[in-house]
Design a protein around this ligand. Structure first.
Ligand SMILES: C[S@@+](CC[C@H](N)C(=O)[O-])C[C@H]1O[C@@H](n2cnc3c(N)ncnc32)[C@H](O)[C@@H]1O
Length: 272
């Protein structure tokens, strides 16, 4: 809900980088309250959420338009409304994989909305990344392993064990079409461990931990994980680079050095 609240606010700005007209309807007051609290510690959190959503929206547009992928999978979808709000939602199948409780809440909220009629909406797949095989579950719900897919893993890796991270990356690299792509954000080791952070970083981390979804995983070098999983094409950008690209500005005090975005594939894409 906190992420949806930030997406709602980010969408309403005059200089908006994203447009999520549903975010405010799927999220309750509690989401805005947590967003307010975290903004007190980290004023750039709204921009951080907007940047990762803008970048991932652009990846979906780019790789579907290029014909590189024919399916989109949102891993740990939360209150993500891409299947309804992006034009690609009317063109290619979308799948939402999420923990059963998060998904049940999302489905309740979505059932109250007026939604576009030009698309079927996402196929829901419930799964715990720590215990279940997400790919078997996707296949059981109609995911076609012979069609390249874009896997979007937004705001999730920091809450999972290293085993679940490596297992998920490996399943995508080895067991889906070799033209599939995987795009996700991750945090640095110090942010995840809470080690040697400045006071306000510790406080904002503790606030997230208190939401029953503690931050547990981060890395300063994602390459060994991507290589180990079987990927060959990799690109990593920092959130400072994303901010510079999308806003034309750089401010060190945004504290974006703890976060990065990775794009990986087995077959190197034609368009780089
Ligand atoms: C911070 S939310 C991000 C949601 C969404 N991707 C977004 O950006 O709005 C984290 C998501 O990860 C999911 N998640 C966390 N641990 C999980 C697990 N072990 N298995 C499946 N999903 C998990 C939660 O259910 C939640 O939807």
């Amino acid at each position: 809900m906190m992420v949806a609240a930030f997406r709602d606010r980010a969408s309403r700005r005059a200089d908006a980088l994203i447009d999520d007209p549903f975010a405010g309807s799927v999220c309750e007051a509690e989401g805005y309250a947590v967003a307010d609290a975290i903004t007190g510690y980290w004023p750039s959190c709204e921009l951080y959420v907007a940047l990762r959503t803008a970048y991932l929206d652009a990846q979906i547009a780019k790789w579907t338009a290029a014909g590189r992928v024919g399916q989109v999978v949102l891993l740990g979808a939360g209150l993500d409304m891409r299947a309804w709000r992006l034009p690609e939602g009317a063109r290619v199948p979308f799948f939402e994989v999420d923990a059963p409780a998060s998904q049940a809440y999302k489905r309740e909220r979505v059932a109250t909305l007026q939604l576009p009629t030009d698309r079927p909406g996402p196929t829901y797949v419930s799964c715990d990344f720590e215990r279940d095989d997400f790919l078997d579950r996707l296949q059981a719900r109609g995911f076609d392993r012979s069609v390249p897919a874009l896997f979007v893993w937004e705001g999730v890796t920091m809450y999972l064990s290293e085993g679940a991270i490596d297992g998920t990356l490996t399943r995508v690299a080895r067991d889906t079409d070799s033209r599939s792509l995987m795009c996700f954000d991750f945090v640095g080791k110090r942010m995840a461990s809470g080690d040697r952070l400045r006071r306000h970083n510790v406080e904002s981390r503790e606030l997230v931990d208190g939401l029953d979804e503690p931050m547990v995983w981060g890395t300063n070098d994602i390459l060994p994980h991507l290589h180990g999983a079987g990927f060959r094409f990799t690109r990593v950008v920092s959130f400072d680079q994303l901010a510079l690209y999308f806003t034309g500005s750089y401010q060190r005090d945004r504290e974006f050095r703890f976060q990065s975005m990775a794009l990986a594939g087995v077959d190197p894409p034609e368009l780089v």
